[in-house]
Design a protein around this ligand. Structure first.
Ligand SMILES: [Cu+2]
Length: 342
């Protein structure tokens, strides 16, 4: 039985054939796989508050966003520098670790559809194809200080970045997010969104507190203060966020026996006096006062009512209003996408 050997000439041709095959396969195959990291820069920028589809809250940022993020390692850096309300600010994202859903892909995901009817994420914005998305914490400096979340008192914020080639805001028309049927986008009709073909960068910076505003707290309390026993009445005033507004109306009425003076003092949970009022008057006068304060400390504050004079009965109407849950939507229309490599 003879062994058929390839001739030396045939052997020599094999590398050439392989090379030709490689070149041909390169010609007929799909485009190369998308990059696994992304660099981008946005300049100018606008800040919106809340899900502002109509663009009613638009404020110029006069700033830039620099993005350099890697998908496989869920790492990188996103920096925003600009001017907001007359002050310089810096927002920094350097951790990408939110993994609640599979599509979050460890905190950095690339080249996928999100929002609208995509099945990924909510319908609070129209469906976009995302070149890059990140989820994780952010820090926010305003002026020279950390801009703490007024809802939590913490320096950490929650950040979601989206770089898209299917823009949803019309900056030429007041920054509107538009819908074909009703003009302005509605999360109830995500399929009606008008989608562009431009690059946009969206950065959502919001409180780490659960969604939803905190309702106003109203309470009327009664007590007695003053007299021979120097009676002092104390009430807790619940404050659930930094920057909550506290308003207390205290009224001793016009009882001729209740001359006063009476003192009302409001202390924060650390015991620091943040407001003080004295109530006094002639016998027939109503002795009342309004205390108004904003506190930076979360927790039970204390209203203390006392007086060295005759005992008196009072009512105090306590109202605590909390600011809206902070939610900022930063947007860039002038976007340069980098080469995608490092
Ligand atoms: Cu998103």
């Amino acid at each position: 039985m003879s062994i058929i050997r390839p001739s030396s000439r045939t052997l020599a041709a094999i590398p050439v054939l392989l090379l030709v095959a490689t070149v041909l396969s390169g010609c007929i195959s799909e485009a190369p796989p998308p990059p696994t990291n992304l660099r981008a820069i946005g300049t100018g920028g606008t800040i919106y508050q809340g899900w502002d589809y109509a663009g009613a809250t638009a404020q110029p940022l006069n700033g830039s966003i620099e993005i350099d993020v890697d998908d496989p390692s869920n790492s990188g850096l996103v920096t925003v520098r600009g001017v907001w309300a007359g002050e310089n600010f810096t927002i920094t994202l350097s951790e990408f670790n939110h993994t609640a859903d599979d599509f979050h892909d460890g905190g950095v995901a690339m080249h996928f559809p999100e929002h609208g009817a995509s099945g990924n994420g909510n319908t609070l914005v129209p469906e976009m194809f995302l070149l890059l998305a990140t989820w994780g914490p952010a820090t926010f400096e305003l002026g020279d200080e950390a801009f703490k979340d007024p809802y939590t008192g913490l320096e950490n914020w929650s950040a979601h970045l989206m770089v898209t080639d299917t823009g949803i805001r019309d900056e030429a028309d007041g920054g509107k997010v538009k819908s074909a049927s009703s003009g302005i986008y509605s999360p109830d009709a995500p399929a009606d969104a008008i989608i562009g073909t431009d690059n946009e960068v969206h950065l959502i910076i919001e409180s780490t507190a659960p969604a939803g505003d905190i309702p106003e707290h109203n309470e009327t309390v009664t007590g007695t203060a003053g007299g021979p026993m120097s009676e002092t009445t104390m009430f807790p005033v619940p404050v659930q966020t930094r920057d909550a507004n506290i308003r207390i109306e205290i009224d001793f009425g016009a009882d001729p026996q209740e001359v006063g003076p009476y003192n009302a003092v409001l202390r924060d949970p650390e015991g620091k006096v943040i407001a003080r009022q004295t109530m006094a008057g002639t016998q027939a006068m109503t002795k009342s006062a309004t205390i108004e304060a904003t506190s930076e400390v979360i927790g039970n504050h204390t209203l203390e009512v006392s007086g060295p004079g005759a005992p008196g009965e009072f009512t105090a109407d306590i109202t605590v209003t909390h600011p809206p849950r902070p939610f900022y939507w930063l947007h860039w229309e002038e976007v340069t996408i980098g080469a995608g490599g490092r």
